[in-house]
Design a protein around this ligand. Structure first.
Ligand code: FES
Ligand code: FES
Length: 149
C-alpha cells in the first residue's frame, strides 16, 4: 500500500513500491487523462508534475512519489478556469488525435513555471515529447502565446 497526494486529494493505492506511478494514477485512482505511449521515458505521453516539476510517470516508481504533490492533467485547471497553456491549446487548435497532448501540456506548464518567456531553443531543449500527428509547429506557437498571456 502507498499513500499518494494527487490533485490535492489523498489516495491509498494497492501497488508494489516499484510500480510505475502511471499505473497507480490510471488503474488505481482512475484518472485516465495521463497516457501510456512507450513506457521507457521517450515519448512524454505520461508526463505529470511532481512537486511542480515535469516527470515521466512511466519510469517513476510509486515509492518516489510518496510524500510529493502530484498533479495530473485533471488537476491543472482551477475549477472551471483553464490553465493558460490549456487556453492557448484551444485557441491555437493544437491537438489532432490528442493522444500525446496531455503530456505536452503538462511539460509546457512546467517549462513556463521555470522560464516564463522561453526561447525556441528553450522549447527545443525541454519539450522533447513526441507527437505522431506532427503538431510541433502549433505547439511552439501555443507556447509563445501562453507565455504572453
Ligand atoms: S509513456 Fe512515459 S515517456 Fe512514453
Ligand atoms: S496529436 Fe496525435 S500524437 Fe500528438
Amino acid at each position: 500500500m502507498a499513500q499518494l497526494n494527487i490533485n490535492g486529494r489523498s489516495h491509498q493505492v494497492d501497488v508494489e513500491p516499484d510500480t510505475p506511478l502511471l499505473w497507480a494514477i490510471r488503474e488505481q485512482v482512475g484518472l485516465t487523462g495521463t497516457k501510456y505511449g512507450c513506457g521507457v521515458a521517450q515519448c512524454g505521453a505520461c508526463t505529470v508534475h511532481m512537486d511542480g516539476a515535469a516527470v515521466r510517470s512511466c519510469v517513476t516508481p510509486v515509492s518516489a512519489a510518496e510524500g510529493k504533490k502530484i498533479t495530473t492533467i485533471e488537476g491543472l485547471a482551477s475549477g472551471n478556469v483553464l490553465h493558460k497553456v490549456q487556453k492557448a491549446w484551444v485557441d491555437h487548435e493544437v491537438p489532432q488525435c490528442g493522444y500525446c497532448q496531455t503530456g505536452m501540456i503538462m511539460a509546457v506548464a512546467a517549462l513556463l513555471k521555470d522560464k516564463p518567456q522561453p526561447t525556441d531553443a528553450d522549447i527545443d531543449a525541454t519539450i522533447t515529447n513526441i507527437c505522431r500527428c506532427g503538431t510541433f509547429q502549433q505547439v511552439r506557437e501555443a507556447i509563445h502565446a501562453a507565455a504572453k498571456a
